[in-house]
Design a protein around this ligand. Structure first.
Ligand code: SF4
Ligand code: SF4
Length: 144
């Protein structure tokens, strides 16, 4: 009968039991960012006026803005972190952040597997949306 200790899988299993983990223990151990890393895009719903400039200039088409519905959305996995939208936003509503994102719990991910970090939708609170709409309308009236 073959010696089980000579079987590659048995040897590997025993070795794994006593060796260090091959990966970091994320999220308790988070790898520091590389120097020069741009990070991920952060959006401030309070200052955005839904001008759509960021969506038009995004080379990856990662941003969706609906001016009428007052919603702003980004697909984080499509974003290439080029920073163009940050540069063109006159309201300074967009910034690049190197702070690590929170890990989402099973309850947050939802039944369809939709992750908040994958596609994020933002919409202003009704009062803020109404005020922003009035300001935009007044500005468009003054310009026209
Ligand atoms: S984030 Fe900036 S550029 Fe994009 S819609 Fe809002 S105000 Fe306009
Ligand atoms: S950082 Fe670049 S790719 Fe990402 S949303 Fe902004 S413009 Fe698009």
């Amino acid at each position: 009968m073959a010696n089980p200790l000579n079987l590659p899988m048995v040897r590997r299993s025993l070795r794994n039991l006593v060796s260090r983990p091959a990966t970091r223990r994320y999220p308790t151990e988070i790898r520091p960012r590389f120097a020069g890393a741009r990070g991920t895009l952060e959006f401030d719903v309070e200052t955005c006026n839904y001008c759509m400039l960021c969506a038009r200039r995004c080379p990856a088409a990662a941003i969706t803005v609906n001016r009428e519905a007052r919603t702003w959305a980004i697909e984080q996995l499509t974003c290439i972190a080029c920073g163009v939208c940050v540069d063109v936003c006159a309201k300074k509503s967009l910034t690049m952040s190197v702070t690590s994102r929170a890990v989402h719990t099973h309850a947050e991910v939802g039944p369809q597997g939709q992750r908040p970090g994958h596609e994020e939708w933002h919409s202003a609170a009704p009062a803020v949306a109404a005020a922003t709409a009035a300001t935009t309308k007044a500005a468009e009236g003054a310009a026209g």
